[in-house]
Design a protein around this ligand. Sequence first.
Ligand SMILES: Nc1ncnc2c1ncn2[C@@H]1O[C@H](COP(=O)(O)OP(=O)(O)OP(=O)(O)O)[C@@H](O)[C@H]1O
Ligand SMILES: N[C@@H](Cc1ccc(O)cc1)C(=O)O
Length: 456
Amino acid sequence: MLGYTRNCRKAFHTLHRYYSNRNILKLKERGMFQDIFPEAAANTVTDLMNSSPKTVYGGFDPTADSLHVGNLLVLVNLLHWQRGGHKAIALVGGATAKIGDPSGKNTEREEMATNIIDCNIEGLYSNIKQIFENHEKYIWKDKDKLKSVKIVNNDEWYSQIKAVDLIGGIGRHLRMGTLLSRTSVQSRLQSPTGMSYTEFSYQLFQAYDWLHLYRAHNCIFQVGGNDQMGNIMSGHELISRVCDKPVYGLTVPLITSEMGNKFGKTAGNAVWLSPEKTSPFTFYQFWMRQPDSEVEKLLKLFTFDPMGAISDLMRRHREEPELRIPQRRLAEQVTLLVHGEKGLKIAQRASDALYEGSVEAIGQMKSNEMIHLFSGATVIEMLPEAGQTILDIAMKAGCFATKSDAIRIITAGGFYINQQRTNNPNEVFNFNIHRLSNNISLIRVGKKNYYIIKWS
Ligand SMILES: Nc1ncnc2c1ncn2[C@@H]1O[C@H](COP(=O)(O)OP(=O)(O)OP(=O)(O)O)[C@@H](O)[C@H]1O
Ligand SMILES: N[C@@H](Cc1ccc(O)cc1)C(=O)O
């Protein structure tokens, strides 16, 4: 009896949790959805989502070797579906990258070499895999196991289908009038450079992707940024004509910079998800620097914190704005999602070392992390010799041109060891204090001239 009750409670708990999350449209209250297509479908979609697990996909063209924070919103959206018990597919457009999506572009994309696309595909697979893993490990934690994300490359099916079958079989279901009416086509047709047939055909490919995923995985939902609505509508049209089945498109709002530019590759303002392109520290700082006017919106979009918890953070922020509590939470949660616990630790340590002057944080940094953080720092290897003064060390490290400069600047308070001001040039350098546990001493002259001394 007890076992039965416990099982029932577990089943109810599971059902209840899934039930409350399964209706992804609820995320509208977080600002996560901008549009739904067909427009009148909201009630049907809610019923469909509540009735049983569904399949959704979102696509990314490998036009760079990493995704960026704009793309991240689409991934977070897919994660919400996964949390609701649905099946998420992330599509990497190995084939569509060769065509080039004209949506939101003023000019045609340069043709990309196959070896570069292949390299980019690897980068995107790694980003997607990492984010889904980090989410399950650090954010979803030990709740029920999630349905694993499926990552596909649309080259898989385009390498199998003949051009005549695509144009002759699929192309005839898409009507010219509708294809031509899309904003992505109209704006380009009216531009001085016009539009090539290749770019015009992009809609056919994205539409066929959806048809393929519908047939192979019963995928009835597609999500994308708001600039994807035209392509999504073409897919809807194709599936309605070929299969006579209803499918639904959802778009997320476009994330823009303070200047109102869409964050992305084209605008050249991308904040990348690969640590080699944007370090975890720079990534963390990007979120830390978000203005008060943006932070609540971003917490709702990019974290999984409940709405009540976000309101609470905002209330605390109004009481003590200088602590930047919501910015800190945002930076912590998004860095955890993208770079995992290790990346977050590195980022927080670097922030403490740079902005809080924390000796402990500096001591925990590895020498390569330090060199990266204090980029431009001069790195010097030195032999520890007893009895050397701070002035001796400063001169050996090449911090000053002359001894009199050194004495003047150190005495005036412009010299720091491990971010602590040291204004006596004749003080003996104390290896027990000034040499950190990582066998390094960090010297700063003025505001930002750094010297890293590595003790041999
Ligand atoms: N700033 C953004 N905000 C929200 N979604 C975005 C943003 N940038 C891209 N996306 C979405 O991410 C998905 C994949 O975009 P993709 O990588 O193919 O192009 P992109 O990053 O927009 O490229 P580009 O910057 O060259 O236009 C699409 O659904 C797109 O709408
Ligand atoms: N067209 C999308 C990427 C994409 C590619 C293929 C798809 O099936 C779906 C989406 C973009 O450029 O942003």
